[in-house]
Design a protein around this ligand. Sequence first.
Ligand code: NAP
Length: 472
Amino acid sequence: MFYSYQFSEELQQEWDWPERYPAQADLAAYANHVADRFELWPDIQFETRVERAIWDDETCLWTVETGDGATLSARFCIMATGCLSAVNYPEIDGLEDFAGETYHTAHWPEAGVDFVGKRVAVIGTGSSGVQSIPVIADHAAHMHVFQRTANYVMPAQNRPMAPDEVAEIKANYPALRAKAKQSFSGNYFPVAGPSALAVSEEERNREYEARWAMGGLAIMATYADFQTSEAANETASEFIRNKIRAIVDDPEVAELLAPKQLFLCKRLCVGTDYYDTYNRDNVTLVDISEVGIDRITPKGVAVDGDEFEVDILVLATGFDAVTGALKRIDIRGTDALRLQDKWADGPKSYLGLGIAGFPNLFTVTGPGSPSVLTNMIPSIEQHVEWISDCIEHMCARHLSRIEADADAEAAWVAHVNDIGDQTLRATCQSWYFGSNIPGKPRVILPYAGGFPAYTKKCDAVAADGYSGFVLR
Ligand code: NAP
């Protein structure tokens, strides 16, 4: 009920979510309902890829070229291209030679995939792998899971929404939303205390147990020092590792599934029956942490001299996060500056909203904004409101051009990197730092200073007549 829009109280009140973690069809129904209710359909052009966006300094217009060869011009270009939308097809030798069926979790066929009686390989154990592995295992004849890095998986504890719970949230929606906005991640999770080390082991474990029973992401907010104290972080890391050891029957498999990196360094996963799945006879975990995958053969997956023959290959290999979708468009700003070139050593953006050299172009949840470290929908709404206000401000004053100032941008980028380097997130390889994409510069992509500090800064910039931007 919180991973949803809040811009309309009527929408919040009228919509009923069937489950705590609704399935894809329910999410699609919600998106369709929003489009119906606010009559958005006439403003949306589907099945259209934007190939190029070119700025003209004389006319102060963007020319946008689409895949079908059409062009259109616009005063403002708002890139709402998503943080996790540019699919990462892994560079594994022989992938194109595989004779069976290949699917990427981010491009799943609408008609579904029939796994019954099939031998299946899943590559990847991030959120998408974690959530699809137990479901596929229910149908497949046999499944091999190829794991490069083990992740921490909290149980979703998914269940239907209880009517009294729904009524209570709906009666207090605005207050609960306001509370969430004051929390670091834009989610309202109760914090048990400032430090995991300030309480006894018994008390700590009681808290962790309660959050395991609660399910979902609430454990990440238990103590405020998970990102600053390795020892504090280790208490939660070990709690989850012990859960894995208790669930998984084979101690060797349990040890392979127990993550080595700190909890919350990579993104916390939420799953249903994930660890239990490894107790099934038809599931085999293949550790590729040291050796990687040699190649994909026409018949299957080759690892360390062994060939695992399969009928279906599932790539749960994620995304070129945060910057990928933007860099896949040929965006050219002043003096024909290409965004790909400007960002060759990592993204540079002022507040994740505007980019020096790219006037009148805004990014929704762009790099350097809290985005993926927060509840995405409130973060998206905050950006949409900020951008709308900014455009209104410009129209009211007959201004035709806004551009991030290069110095303000440099200062913000330095601040984003400083904060990112101070957190324990910097201690492992993750997509937050671009480490999942070969050749991508290692730079923190989201702003790790928290939602309240960030929104305060954005509000102050706007109140100050858009300081750090040049308007004319
Ligand atoms: P991901 O977290 O990036 O996981 C990709 C997996 O593929 C990782 O285990 C990675 O291993 C592995 N991998 C990538 N390239 C590989 C290669 N060449 N060889 C072997 N293994 C390889 O991607 P994701 O699971 O799609 O999730 C991405 C994000 O989407 C999540 O973090 C989350 O933000 C979002 N998401 C959310 C939900 C949800 O519950 N709301 C569900 C799905 C996705 P390494 O870790 O070693 O790189």
